[in-house]
Each structure stands twice: as C-alpha cells, then as structure tokens.
Design a protein around this ligand. Sequence first.
Ligand code: MG
Length: 419
Amino acid sequence: MSMYHEYIIHIDGDSFFAACEIAQYPHLKGLPVVVGQERGIATAFTYEAKALGITRGMPIFKIKKFFPEVIILPTHFELYKMYSQKMSNILRRYLRVVEDYSIDECFGLIENDHAHTWEDVCTLAQTIKIALQKETGITFSVGVGRTKVLAKIASKAQKPDGLTIISDRDEEMVLSQTPISKVWGIGYRTAPTLKQKGITNALQFRNLPEEYIMRTFTKPLQELWHEMHGTRIFDIGHSDNDPKSLQATRTFFPMSTDREIVFSELSKNIETACARMRRYGLLTSSVIFFVKTSEFKYFGREFRFPFFTDNPIDILDSIRPLFDAVFVKGLRYRATGVTLSHLRPFNKCEQDIFGTQKEVHDRGKLMDTFDRIRDLYGKNSIFLGASMHAMTRNRQREILDESTPYQWNLPVPFMGEVL
Ligand SMILES: [Mg+2]
C-alpha cells in the first residue's frame, strides 16, 4: 500500500512532572506520588495517586491527613526541563521537522522519506515510543493522524502509555468516541454551545456541512473542522535549523524575599531575552519562567500566547498573574530565569483576521526605539519600569562597593524614572 500523504505524530508525557521524579527515584515506582509540597497544593501526581481520589489543586495538608500513604515531593522544574529536552532530542533523531509544543509535548512530521507505506508509519511510531520509554524511563502517549488536531485526538485516546494511529479509515470511529469537549481548541465556553446544537462528539462536528460551518462559526472552529477532515491548517512550528529557544537567567545579590524585587529581576531577564530575540529577527509564542530559592528549589510556569511577540511588555502583562501564583511569601529567592521558545522568524508570523498580530507589531515599534537608544548609549541606558528595582539595586551595590569592577556600560547619567 503506498502512502498518499504525510502524517503528524504527537507525543505527550504521561503525568510528566511526577514521572520525571520517579525516573529520578525509581524506588517510588508504582507508589502514589504527589508533586507540589512547597506550594501546599498538588500540582502533579502519579496515576496511583489519582486512583486514590487525589485531584489537581488539592491541599497538601488534606492529602497528608486522608492519604497518609502518599509520598509528597517538591517541584524540580529544572529536572523536568532536562527530561523535556531529552524527549525532543529523541524525536529529532527520527524526524527532520519537530516542534517542542510544551514542556511535555512535541509534534513531529512523518515525511514520505521516513515512511513510504502505512506499515512504515506504524513501525516508526512504535519505534519512537519504545526509544522514548527506554531512554527516559517515562511512559508517553503517542498519537498519529493526518493533521495536528487528529494527532492530538489520537494521543489522548488511550492514556497513559497509549499508541493510537488513526488511519484514514479509522478516523470516523475514533472521532465518534471523542467527546467534543476533549477536542484540542474547543474551550470550556465553546463545548456547551456545541452541545446545545446537539453536537456531543467530534464526528458529529466533522459531519456538519462546510457551508453551515462557514456561516455559523468563527475562524478557529472553521480551522478545526478542516483539520478534522484531514486538511492541514496548522503547520509544525519550525525546522531544526532555527534556534529552538533563547534563555536569560541571573543570580542576584543580596537574595530577596520581596515580591516586587524578585519580579523586577525576572523582568530584567525578560527584557534581555527579548532584546536578543529581536536581534535575530525572531518572535516567540511560548514563555517559561522560573524563580529559584535560597535552597536551590525551582518554581516555574509556562505561558503560551495566541500570537507571536518580541515585546517584553506583552510577556510581563501575561505572566504577572502566574508569577504571583508561584511566588511564596517568606521564602528567600536568589535567581530568576526565562526561556523563550517556539521562535519564529518575523516574516513567517502571518497576519490573522482579527488583526492581533498587526497590533502586536505596532506596539513593538516602541521596542525599536529602545534598541536604537541601547545601540547608542549602552545596553543599560534604558529599561522598563518593571525592571527598575533590579537595575537600581545593582547600581547601589556598585556605588557602595568600590572594589566591584565597573560593569555599567552607561555613558549618560541616570536620569530617573519615566512613568
Ligand atoms: Mg502530558
């Protein structure tokens, strides 16, 4: 049987954070393990813990009281990032085009050179799954389909440790077993609207006539409908020739318990990473940040944008609530860091019908001015108000401590704050 088209593979780590912990401490295998000790709530857990009735966000004190057999661990964000990188590297060994979608998910393109026949596709998917498991010690749910949406439906079909390959003939069957609320891109607000129209599973949605879809729904749902029909609308992020991510991290002195000072340090890192990204002519749609405590514990979060940006103001606005959720009062912090991923060249960020991308670009003109001023007067000559604490703290230290080498590349006097 010959292959008529390419397929997309989607890889999803099963209860990833908890799985990374178990890969690190194999004696915990098979036990109910919960991650999130330092936050006081369960942020991730093993299937064994889930089976006991533990849910996301459950307070740790409650777990200790009602499920004393559960093992409670702190979050080790750097460890998860390491496993994430490993997963992506393994996939890149087999496929040329890979997109790191989130810390525990990747998409890959199965091109005709990788697999000539349908049997080849199945063998390749199986081989990748086995390699992932063998080399990381973590199980993954793997899905294959004609489009990203179908691949994502496939990987969700049998979790954990599943391998679901949707051939063209199986699509109807799999879609009929997929609740509409479980389809990627159908939000919690859209699902009830569709259910009101009598659409409860993915097949019913796919079977609606095109004319009706175009007339009734917005662009995101129209795109979903096409993807479910096997028409590829969503491309795989970028080829491996592009830089995959940019990072900026910094340890600061003295350590701080002050929320605004720590956020300011993070803001400075975000400004630095964005300036570097603009130099390469790239934009990002995914930001991972972390804070590190005096005891070398990491807390972090990921934020994904519905558009591409190179503007630190967009990023700061979006991650502030996540930062506030992660920041623990009373802890002392020594470092912050940020990773910008899903990078894409400026000219490949197509305009959307809502004009959001254009708005982002227009806002970005302010940053062009920042870059020009920095080129003229040095990299610390201008910065955002959000980075103010970080910059002035540095400054004070240098003024106080004469032995510190002069690091400020600042030929103009400090002019104060611009609100
Ligand atoms: Mg997962």
